[in-house]
Unconditional design. Structure first.
Ligand code: GRF
Length: 194
């Protein structure tokens, strides 16, 4: 569990690979008076990620990490996180799987958002799998990151009804709106408990 002293905000890094809508909602949350985080850093494995443009606009420090060599990429990431006194990490559409080593250094301090009702549909293509299985509901989950993909303890989850007319795209769009609300709530929940 992360320790917060008094009203101090915890330095947070967000890892992204693309669009960055969850990054935006975490940023918005970080600007609220009641927020528990100071969004200090955005890390991306893609230099052209849309979320990087947003972070630059908002003057948040951004770092692009080339993952061709995962070991050296993670070594760099660990150094950067330490240099910036980062104590809490939110994965938000980050498409790389972090190693046991990095996760071990930030035990219970890395969380992720996943577009399904975990433990259902770990991994990719969650929406089309839910539709194909005729599920009545899908949704999204904020969970702790462990070395097993999409398997850490659930923090918060929100159901979304699957409509008969839904395509993977339309369902993804509706779930994303819910994700953007759920992620800040989950961050605030776990960081308020201390
Ligand atoms: C979201 O659907 C998230 O659940 C998944 O990747 C997507 C990222 O979207 N892990 P965005 O980049 O935050 O808009």
């Amino acid at each position: 569990m992360v320790k917060l002293i008094g009203e101090e905000k915890i330095n947070c890094a967000v890892f992204i690979s693309g669009r960055g809508s969850n990054l935006k909602s975490i940023f918005k949350y970080s600007k609220q008076k009641y927020s528990k985080i100071n969004l200090k850093l955005v890390i991306s494995n893609k230099s052209n990620a849309k979320g990087i443009k947003f972070a630059n606009k908002k003057k948040i420090k951004t770092i692009i990490i080339d993952f061709k060599n995962k070991k050296s990429a993670e070594r760099k990431i660990i150094n950067i996180l330490e240099e910036n006194y980062i104590k809490f990490i939110c994965l938000a559409g980050f498409m790389k799987i972090l190693s046991k080593n990095l996760i071990g250094k930030f035990k219970n301090k890395i969380i992720n958002i996943h577009p399904s009702l975990l433990p259902k549909y770990k991994g990719l293509n969650t929406h089309s799998r839910a539709i194909k299985n005729n599920d009545k509901y899908s949704g999204c989950t904020v969970h702790y990151v462990t070395e097993n993909l999409d398997s850490g303890k659930v923090i918060m989850q929100k159901k979304v009804k699957i409509l008969k007319s839904d395509s993977a795209k339309s369902l993804a769009k509706r779930i994303l709106k819910v994700e953007n609300k759920l992620y800040p709530k989950a961050i605030n929940l776990i960081l308020s408990k201390i």
